[in-house]
Design a protein around this ligand. Structure first.
Ligand code: G3I
Length: 354
């Protein structure tokens, strides 16, 4: 009813509602909770508000949500100083009603910024002021309701250099430390993450991000975690050993680690072998997280093939998530269920669980 009052019911849903489907039991969320893992999915709020089947399966199987888009700057501050948190509040309200944690995503990024922010007239000082006010307002609005924030998203290029974007062009790298400082001041209880892709294997980007976060922590920054996005181009794209190694390197400097956006693209109609290979990847990433004492968060970027960014961004690809377009569990969902129910892999020796 609250959502109707906001005029948000069915906001933007452009497809029929899903049929009711049987719930996978034991549920993934019950197994994850027993295992100390926050098990989440990115949420398309228009589907959440407009498709009861989508909402039911989400609430049954997941105990963490993150907004796919509605907490990004273009939606939360469309005009300078004018904030709109209605869609994000609807997601947070759903989470609270279903006993779910919330990952905030994201506060500063090179994409999905409002037009006013990127006008040539924005001086470096004006940009820094806008960033401080935005972070203070948004994190303050959700204070106490969000357990983790992706504060800085994808600030490092594949070659390890600072990404050339609206932020670094005007402010160099200083905006990164400032963003974490402002977020912490607005909600000291939230764990603050740096989030990126392409850091799950050794290489110049992973090394640069590790060096950046190590420096920030040495300088007293409140950055508390690193998110491994894991958008995999195919099942062959995943290296469980490499991810485990990278998680250990970031944990060694005192950071929490998390899988934050996992999906594994396939070419529809995917044969059984591809679905099984996808399941091996999801299970492998989950096991890496469970084996790493610093990892307590495992999130896929969406949960059903019915609503995924993949087909629109990678034409000819899809079927990237653990549940199919009919909200039915795929081999990946069963592999996650077995993984969560299985014995915890032996953590690295000498690693005290955080
Ligand atoms: O809201 C408009 C709608 O009004 C319009 O009708 C429609 C068609 O043009 O576009 C809608 O905006 C789209 C938006 O998603 C909301 O659905 C944008 O075109 C589209 O580009 C945008 O894509 C999002 C993408 O970030 C932007 O780069 C994806 O949904 C979202 O899944 C994706 O998520 C990112 C993470 O935030 C960071 N990590 C990478 C990940 C994948 O790119």
């Amino acid at each position: 009813m609250v959502l109707a009052a906001l005029g948000l019911t069915g906001a933007g849903l452009t497809r029929p509602a899903s049929p009711a489907v049987p719930v996978l039991v034991p549920t993934l969320r019950s197994l994850a909770a027993a295992d100390g893992i926050s098990f989440g999915a990115a949420v398309d709020v228009s589907a959440l508000l407009g498709d009861p089947g989508y909402a039911t399966q989400l609430g049954a199987q997941y105990d963490m949500v993150t907004p796919e888009n509605v907490m990004k700057w273009m939606y939360t501050e469309p005009r300078p100083g004018v904030y709109d948190f209605r869609a994000a509040d609807a997601l947070v309200g759903f989470a609270r009603a279903h006993g779910m944690k919330v990952r905030g995503h994201n506060l500063v990024w090179f994409e999905q910024n409002p037009v006013w922010l990127t006008r040539p007239t924005m001086t470096p000082g004006a940009l820094a002021g806008a960033l401080r006010r935005h972070i203070t307002a948004e994190v303050g609005h959700f204070r106490g309701r969000i357990s983790q924030w992706d504060v800085v998203n994808e600030a490092v290029d594949d070659d390890g250099a600072l990404r050339r974007d609206v932020w670094s062009s005007a402010l160099g790298s200083t905006y990164i430390a400032e963003a974490f400082r402002w977020a912490h001041a607005a909600d000291p209880g939230a764990v603050l993450f740096y989030n990126d892709y392409g850091i799950d294997k050794p290489g110049p980007k992973a090394d640069a991000v590790l060096a950046l976060l190590t420096r920030l922590r040495r300088e007293g920054s409140p950055v508390g975690g690193v998110g491994f996005e894991l958008h995999l181009g195919s099942p062959a794209d995943f290296d469980a050993g490499a991810l485990a190694g990278m998680m250990a390197r970031f944990a060694a400097v005192g950071l929490a680690t998390a899988v934050t956006e996992m999906d594994v693209r396939l070419k529809p109609p995917a044969p059984a072998g591809a679905l099984d290979a996808q399941a091996v990847d999801f299970a492998g990433a989950l096991q890496d997280c469970r084996a790493q004492p610093s990892c307590h968060t495992f999130v896929s970027w969406g949960y059903t093939d019915l609503d995924s960014w993949i087909p629109g961004t990678f034409p000819g690809f899809g079927q990237a998530l653990p549940f199919d377009a009919g909200l039915r569990p795929k081999p990946a969902a069963y592999a996650l269920q077995s993984g969560l129910a299985g014995p915890r892999p032996r953590p690295p020796t000498g690693a005290a669980r955080r």
